[in-house]
Design a protein around this ligand. Structure first.
Ligand SMILES: Cc1cc2nc3c(=O)[nH]c(=O)nc-3n(C[C@H](O)[C@H](O)[C@H](O)COP(=O)(O)O)c2cc1C
Length: 246
């Protein structure tokens, strides 16, 4: 086993993530990543077409294995977003989830702790207690209404590219939400909608060779809503990166 303890110390020096630099070419990008957050309450205003075009043109620069760019996006605007939301809610009332991608089986250890932490922060922001199952389920159902967002982008991958196609689409989602943030547009990646992949495919007439990865809802944030006031944290960089130098 390589000895990583000394390397961990050097890593801490090399990556002072807690101390934003004063200047430098990466400051804007880093600040963008530090400041983006998931929005779960929106104003009804449509995002102008040129802003949407800029968002998607930026995300289109995402790197992918062999540059296959496996993502295909189905984007709603105007009345289409609400129509889609209504159809999803109706469908979910009478059908079981049928996701295209394998859903995580069990969260264990730190993953379970982090998951619980994020959930608690979310429900606490709304004054929903740990035991209030009904209120939690009601809040969870708002996923299918895209939390009132005026737009939703359904991110699909090429079925034949398997796990790595989904990896490329994950990178695309990350770039899309950050591109949105850089333009003052709030957003939320939502796997909850992909639980009904069969309905999403049928409703939007998505060809059978595409798999629904997730959706990204977006619009302008309702900054007065309490659900938009909490922020998540991240594990220390040393918990995620191990330097091996000998
Ligand atoms: C692939 C993906 C799927 C997600 N699905 C959901 C979802 O269905 N509903 C939801 O409220 N948040 C969802 N999120 C948002 C995460 O909960 C959120 O990104 C995480 O808690 C970190 O918080 P932050 O985005 O505010 O930094 C998803 C995020 C990702 C990347």
């Amino acid at each position: 086993m390589p000895d990583t303890s000394r390397s961990q110390e050097r890593l801490a020096d090399a990556l002072p993530l807690g101390r934003p630099q004063e200047a430098g070419p990466s400051v804007g990008f880093r600040r963008l990543l530090l400041e983006r957050w998931s929005c779960r309450a929106y104003l009804p205003d449509q995002v102008p077409d040129d802003v949407i075009a800029e968002m998607f043109a930026t995300a289109q620069r995402t790197a992918s294995w062999c540059n296959t760019q496996p993502w295909q996006v189905y984007l709603t605007k105007g009345e289409a977003t609400r129509g889609f939301a209504v159809s999803l809610a109706e469908h979910a009332r009478t059908h079981q989830p049928v996701p295209d991608l394998t859903v995580p089986g069990e969260y264990r250890g730190v993953y379970q702790e982090r998951r619980r932490g994020a959930g608690l922060a979310l429900y606490a922001s709304l004054g929903i207690g740990r035991e209030d199952r009904e209120a939690r389920e009601k809040q969870q159902l708002k996923n299918l209404d895209f939390f009132g967002a005026p737009h939703v982008a359904v991110i699909t991958t090429d079925r034949d590219q398997g796990v790595y196609g989904a990896v490329d689409c994950g990178a695309y989602v990350a770039n899309l939400v950050n591109a949105a943030s850089s333009l003052g547009v709030a957003s939320l990646a939502q796997a909850a909608v992909a639980m009904y992949s069969d309905h999403v495919r049928e409703y939007l007439r998505i060809p059978p060779d595409r798999l629904v990865v997730c959706v990204v809802s977006f619009g302008y944030a309702d900054t007065t809503h309490p659900v938009n006031r909490f922020r998540t944290t991240r594990a220390d960089v040393r918990d995620a990166v191990t330097v091996v130098d000998r």
